[in-house]
Design a protein. Structure first.
Length: 348
């Protein structure tokens, strides 16, 4: 038997001497556990501090979704929108040169008729609709100043035609077409009369081409907050339906007339979300309408097609040809507009 204050031979093997005093093994073990915990917490704290510092030093990424960064999309789309909505009949070559720099090589993206004068500025992105990692449609609001011929100063070399109902007299913002802006009309140029600024909204289709973000097709005038979807037609080469195209051509024209004026209640399909141009443009003609056959297995009450439309901008400052992709819905023997998007540069 061991006396009090002494250890058995087996315990003595685990005890140690500290300052001449024998220390039990369990005290030593507790001390090692506490020391190990302190070391671990110190290391974890240091790693947390390092991670925080690195996170603050590293610039935040503008990418909110896989693919092209939002900032890159916005920068290109805003530049395209300003250049696309600016033109001058006296210097057509300048616009052609500028748009070629924005566009995919070999792609014709100029829908302007070459008449009139208009300047644009103050572009702001309203929405983005991504198709895939390299394609997107960006909706941009732009402030424009339209010009008309000033008869008192003598017409410019290429004067835009005047519409029969054109009234060059002053008007209040309540009666002006389109959405008025507060910017006053700039100083009138010789041969031209400037009008108060308006807001226009344009959808810009962009694509990543050989490492550059470029304009894939002509932009198109749309309503706020933009088109319903960037792509509405089935993938691949859809087959045209000539009979369907003939039967629905008048309905399609009615759709675009309502899109311009805002009278969409009688042409819009139930639950369709379609915004009007709010009088920012007047329909000149539906230049081309091509309906396509319904894909196998799809309801014949849902049809699609592509329309090429000519708009006359406010104050008759010029005309733009825009291409749209439509989805139609038949209800009670009437075709209604279910969705509208823009051409994105891929052939249906």
């Amino acid at each position: 038997m061991s006396t009090p204050g002494t250890s058995s031979p087996r315990q003595a093997a685990f005890d140690v001497m500290v300052d001449g005093v024998r220390e039990p093994w369990w005290i030593r073990t507790r001390r090692l556990v506490v020391l190990s915990a302190i070391i671990v917490l110190t290391i974890l704290g240091a790693l947390d501090v390092i991670t925080t510092v690195i996170g603050r030093l590293r610039p935040s990424s503008p990418i909110s979704a896989p693919g092209i960064a939002d900032g890159a999309l916005d920068a290109v789309a805003e530049g395209v929108a300003v250049d696309y909505l600016s033109w001058d009949a006296e210097d057509r070559a300048r616009r052609e040169q500028v748009l070629r720099r924005w566009a995919v090589p070999g792609r014709d993206v100029d829908g302007w008729d070459g008449q009139g004068r208009q300047s644009a500025d103050s572009a702001t992105v309203l929405a983005r609709a991504r198709q895939d990692l390299g394609n997107a449609v960006v909706t941009v609001r732009v402030r424009v100043v339209p010009y008309t011929v000033d008869g008192t100063s003598g017409p410019p070399d290429q004067a835009p035609p005047q519409s029969p109902d054109h009234d060059p007299g002053p008007s209040s913002p309540d009666t002006e077409p389109g959405v008025p802006a507060a910017q006053p009309a700039p100083q009138t140029l010789p041969g031209w009369r400037a009008h108060p600024a308006r807001w226009l909204i344009v959808a810009v289709p962009l694509a990543l081409h050989e490492g550059r973000l470029l304009l894939a097709a002509s932009p198109a005038l749309v309503g706020d907050p933009g088109t319903d979807a960037p792509e509405l037609l089935p993938a691949g080469n859809a087959t045209s339906d000539d009979r369907f195209s003939r039967d629905t051509r008048s309905s399609v024209r009615t759709f675009f007339e309502a899109l311009a004026t805002g009278d969409l209640d009688f042409v819009r399909a139930p639950r369709a979300r379609i915004a009007s141009l709010q009088g920012a443009a007047v329909l000149v003609e539906v230049r081309q309408w091509r309906g396509v056959q319904a894909p196998p297995g799809k309801s014949p009450e849902q049809r699609m097609g592509v329309a090429s439309v000519v708009w006359r901008t406010v104050e008759n400052a010029g005309q733009l040809t825009c291409t749209y992709r439509l989805r139609l819905h038949r209800q009670d023997d009437r075709w209604l507009l279910a969705a509208i998007g823009i051409d994105t540069g891929t052939s249906p």
